[in-house]
Ligand binder design. Structure first.
Ligand code: HEM
Length: 308
């Protein structure tokens, strides 16, 4: 083989790279000589990925349920991957901010337009049987879903409306955490006692959530948007992209989820209770919760009629 000037330059660059980390280039070239060529399955880790679908019952539609939840978690990870880049970039250019926001929106669009896989893709009879083996687990315990929320908006917008007036930026995180909107789904309304569903969730993730709340306090998507040049904040396409994201997460996805849940839980077969045990119909409707990431971008009327 002829050692062209291009190859020589590449060897030079490699040599520099290894010198910088006190390594011998020749040892690394020897290593290359014996390295196994990469395959698709090693790179994508298909064997590991395709071995994560473990049913608890013999009912075939349980597989649809498990896999679709896993697809959701993968998409949540893709969303957090992009949010992380935008939020940790000290001074994102408007174009970079917009491009990343569009990526995030596309992922969430995919989740909302595919909800039929849950709504229409399982036999009600089968669902009503295998759901009993999942009790008391619930999608409520998806930590990535909560992480997306913490990273998208100011904490006050995730606080239960009944307590907002008592909470501000000086409120300790622990106290704010106890008043997050989703605490309502994990408590007995009359006694205020926390359910097993939420106690387990908090035992596993509370410390991580508090760290995440702190981390994104000043760098969440809304804060990053407010740091863009004022003129750019008025850019109609960018404002539209922000509103689209807000609406997709907090209305379209929530309604798709609620309608799927209704179809099964209200089928008249078995109890009409949620596996997580919440007062789910009231809790899940966007018009009651009015979760809104970017309230300043909506009109009074739009805010008042949110989710109706
Ligand atoms: C037939 C399918 C589904 C049913 C019947 C269903 C039912 C429910 C119910 C009743 C709740 C309220 C909490 C409780 O369990 O008591 C809930 C919460 C939740 N579920 Fe699902 N779900 C389904 C599919 C999904 C899927 C595919 C995901 C994707 C990861 C998901 C994610 C969530 C999340 C994030 C929450 C918390 C929402 C919030 O706090 O507002 N669910 N689900």
């Amino acid at each position: 083989m002829e050692i062209s000037s291009e190859i020589e330059s590449q060897i030079q660059q490699l040599d520099e790279k290894f010198k910088n980390i006190d390594q011998k280039t020749q040892t690394h070239l020897d290593g290359l000589l014996w390295a196994k060529p990469i395959t698709y399955w090693d790179y994508i880790q298909t064997d590991a990925l395709l071995n994560l679908q473990i049913q608890r019952t013999t009912l075939p539609d349980e597989m649809v349920f498990i896999m679709y939840h896993q697809v959701n978690e993968l998409l949540f990870k893709m969303i957090l991957w992009e949010i992380n880049q935008v939020c940790h970039c000290e001074k994102p250019e408007t174009q970079f901010f917009t491009d990343r926001l569009m990526r995030i929106s596309r992922y969430f669009d995919m989740l909302t337009t595919s909800f039929d896989i849950m709504g229409d893709g399982m036999e009600v009879d089968q669902y009503m049987k295998f759901r009993n083996t999942l009790t008391p687990a619930s999608g409520f315990q998806s930590a990535q879903y909560r992480m997306i929320e913490f990273a998208s908006t100011d904490l006050i917008n995730l606080i239960d409306h009944r307590f907002r007036a008592t909470i501000d930026r000086n409120t300790p995180y622990e106290h704010a955490f106890e008043h997050l909107y989703w605490q309502a789904a994990g408590k007995d309304h009359t006694t205020g006692k926390k359910s097993y569903l939420i106690l387990e969730f908090e035992r596993k993730y509370k410390a991580e959530f508090i760290r995440h709340m702190q981390e994104y306090n000043t760098i969440n998507i809304w804060q990053k948007f407010k740091q863009l040049p004022e003129n750019d904040q008025k850019n109609p396409q960018l404002v539209e992209a922000m509103k689209h994201f807000d609406k997709t997460v907090n209305i379209t996805w929530v309604m798709g989820h609620l309608n799927a849940a209704k179809k099964y839980i209200e089928s008249g077969k078995g109890s009409a209770e949620a596996t997580g045990g919440s007062d789910w119909k009231k809790y899940m409707h966007p018009k009651y919760q009015k979760r809104i990431f970017f309230p300043e971008l909506w009109t009074e009327h739009e805010l008042a009629t949110w989710g109706e």
